[in-house]
Design a protein around this ligand. Sequence first.
Ligand code: PLP
Length: 395
Amino acid sequence: MISKDMYELGSKKSAIRELFEYGKKQAEIVGRENVFDFSIGNPTVPAPECVKDSIIELLQTSKSQEIHGYTSAQGDLQVRKGIAEYMNNTYKSNLGADNFYMTCGAAASLTITLKALVADSEDEVVIIAPYFPEYKVFIRNAGAKVVVVPADTDTFQIDMDLLKEAISSKTKAIIINTPNNPSGAVYSEKTLRDLAELLEDKSEEYGNPVYLISDEPYREIVYDGLEIQYIPDYYGNTIVCYSYSKSLSLPGERIGYIMVPDSVVNSREVYTAVSGAGRSLGFVCAPSMFQKVVLKCIGKTSDVNLYDANRKLLYEGLTEMGYECVKPDGAFYLFVKSLEENSRRFAEEAKKLNLLIVPADDFGCPGYVRISYCVDPEMIKRSFDAFQKLFEVYS
Ligand code: PLP
């Protein structure tokens, strides 16, 4: 007898991964240049030079154990100190090494944080559509119930009235993701201020702190001079789940962190529970060499201008054809209104033209599709013909 739930989870791939695998097979049949794969958020902009330089330097100058050995379970002290200093200089925060727990990327950060917070099978965790589909998996794995706030499709900010209705005495936490996958929206100052006010009111009303989990793999990927946000400035009771997967184009290296500032309610207990959750899940000692690499590359990012150029090319190209698109302010996704009500069928129609776009049903936002533009700009240009043909199918 094995776990039925885990068996089911393992048997079906996410819609994104299924399309990505399909794309690879289809490329063998029709040729790579004839498949327009916009399915997955796998950065094509190379990691900055400092990544390669740091790896070479570390390999040449360190003892094997220093880069390949175990670090402390919560991560190397110097690395955590260095990240804290960087955050303090950048955001005027007051963080130290013991506010950080190094992880294998945002997925691990979220899994650990949820495991640390959820105390009871009645606990609820609120997510806001459109959301990263794996949130549901992670929340259920932590033993809590998922509560979804429907999308505000006028603005792709948060509908505060709907959020208010969704919060109950059982709400343990809310997950937000700004810049957002899949909408590309960045929450405005007003949204963050209103959110903070609501969470403070609700925490007081129920006599239980509502924790805000800020999932930030796209923190630095913002456009048109938008300021990078530091969410604990708005709501002190915020735990940040960060990842270098996108900012340094290192998704395969699995490196990130959890930040538990002192302003979090019962901060020390939460940090200890994070350490316990990391231990219980086997997420101790994040990849040793990459902890050191990210320290050496602190403050650097991949070239966001290249994503910006793709953003403009795709947004302008598609809106000119007549598609209705959400103007993305961050991340590297374009969220497009489906040309028929059934977005799964629309994505199937696109697939016939070798256009691989993800129906947003699994993001909790049917009626839209997600186009991931962290791709070669030449592929975007080549795909316009297919997008035009797709539009004509519905004209
Ligand atoms: N959260 C969001 C919103 C994401 O888009 C992703 C990856 O695409 C993750 C979390 C997982 O990130 P990581 O690869 O760092 O685990």
